[in-house]
Design a protein around this ligand. Sequence first.
Ligand SMILES: C[S@@+](CC[C@H](N)C(=O)[O-])C[C@H]1O[C@@H](n2cnc3c(N)ncnc32)[C@H](O)[C@@H]1O
Length: 261
Amino acid sequence: MTANVAPAGACCKELYELPIVEFLLGQSFHPGGPKLTRKLASTALVSRDAMVLDAACGIGNTARIVAADFGARVTGCDLSAQNVRRATAASLAAGYAQRTSFVQGSVERLPFGAKSFDVALCECSLCLFESPDDALNEIFRVLKPGGRIGVSDFFVNAPIPDILGGALGEALCIARASSVDVLRQAISRAGFEHVRVRIVNWTLTDMIARVHRQLKILGASGPVDLALPESWGDPAPILMALEELINEHTVGYLLVSARKP
Ligand SMILES: C[S@@+](CC[C@H](N)C(=O)[O-])C[C@H]1O[C@@H](n2cnc3c(N)ncnc32)[C@H](O)[C@@H]1O
């Protein structure tokens, strides 16, 4: 039953450069979209002028939301040079160049000095890293004492079927997700205290509904330059399997907040 998962790293970075991913998920590459980003930033106590790290920032939507709604200064870091270029250009176009900046690099070896940030956010990415432990240790290092981490991610509480281990399962961030307890322990092991977990499964219902809608558009008139990669196979049975697992509480989505002592 356990999915046959390809190794993390470059494959995942290239996946999130595909225009089809943005078409299906929108500019926020995570369940819950901007609404969940705002909730995560509130949970992590982002305040005006706080220095915020967005670890694995994608195309910078989170950074712009947190700069606009919370008045924070956000530095995004992503493995993909293409995503970093797009994030920088979009922030410039939207008038957030003073409050946001983007750097190419790995969260597992963050290109920042110790104690640089008040808050670190990491949305729908921890389970993609080759070593989530290295990433958490790095986030801990770059946070100031008293700084907070806010993570959102998939969790799976039992082995998932092979059908979800392929490229689409990977695009949906499900293929490598771990259990709630494993995640909680990893965050504590990195040195964080007051680890608080909230389950936010409404985000998955919203995301699946959006993906269905977008697939319908693609099937009907579809932008001709967007095609589903052949390696994804037929998305219909994959989405159906995911919906079943969500309904039976095997798969879910969570927010975690914690504090560096
Ligand atoms: C599911 S997307 C999430 C993007 C963003 N957090 C959001 O919610 O819109 C995952 C992102 O992680 C990035 N990524 C994967 N491995 C990484 C690593 N080791 N360090 C930094 N970024 C990484 C990918 O390039 C991709 O942009």
